[in-house]
Design a protein around this ligand. Structure first.
Ligand code: THU
Length: 160
């Protein structure tokens, strides 16, 4: 028997000015996408922007539904949009921002578990890490180096 420890690295930025220009631009695009979210039920708008290695930026936002479980998160809208438009793409990074009309979202909002799994599919397939940069509406910004660092013991196609 042995015990192991997991560790994953995250960088916490105080504001936009500390980001790399490429990350700042991507996050600004995520905010643009966030403002077009369709979230009449939760009032929690999420935007995502994906940078591909061909320099294209693909946007997504959450799309809710009166039958609540039929809605979809911003990150999966974006990654599936990217996958359908650019099937041979390499994904470099994804930026995410969330805001609510109920409250000020002042903590970084990371992707939910299902979105981590959906994004990880692409990271595993391309054998290259996907960086994740995420924030709320205001406040600190977090950057992590890969999906696998957010998903220990993750499930992938090698099990099938
Ligand atoms: N949501 C996202 O778009 N991404 C996440 O990672 C977490 C949650 C959306 C789903 C729903 O429309 C709203 O936020 C509230 O859960």
């Amino acid at each position: 028997m042995k015990e192991i420890n997991f560790s994953s690295k995250a960088i916490i930025f105080d504001d936009f000015s500390q980001l790399l220009e490429e990350d700042r631009t991507l996050l600004e695009k995520a905010i643009t996408a966030r403002d077009k979210a369709y979230a009449p039920y939760s009032k929690f708008n999420v935007g995502a922007a994906i940078l591909l290695d061909n320099k294209k930026i693909i946007l997504g936002n959450n799309q809710e539904n009166a039958a609540y479980p039929s809605g979809m998160c911003a990150e999966r809208v974006a990654i599936w949009r990217a996958g359908s438009e650019y099937p041979d793409m390499i994904v470099k990074k994804i930026a995410i921002s969330a805001a609510s009309s109920h409250t000020v979202v002042d903590k970084p909002v990371g992707p939910c578990g299902a979105c981590r799994q959906a994004l990880y599919e692409y990271e595993f397939r391309q054998s290259q890490p996907i960086e994740i940069i995420f924030m709320g509406e205001t406040g600190k910004i977090i950057k992590t180096e890969s999906l696998s660092s957010l998903l220990p013991f993750s499930f992938d196609s090698s099990f099938l």
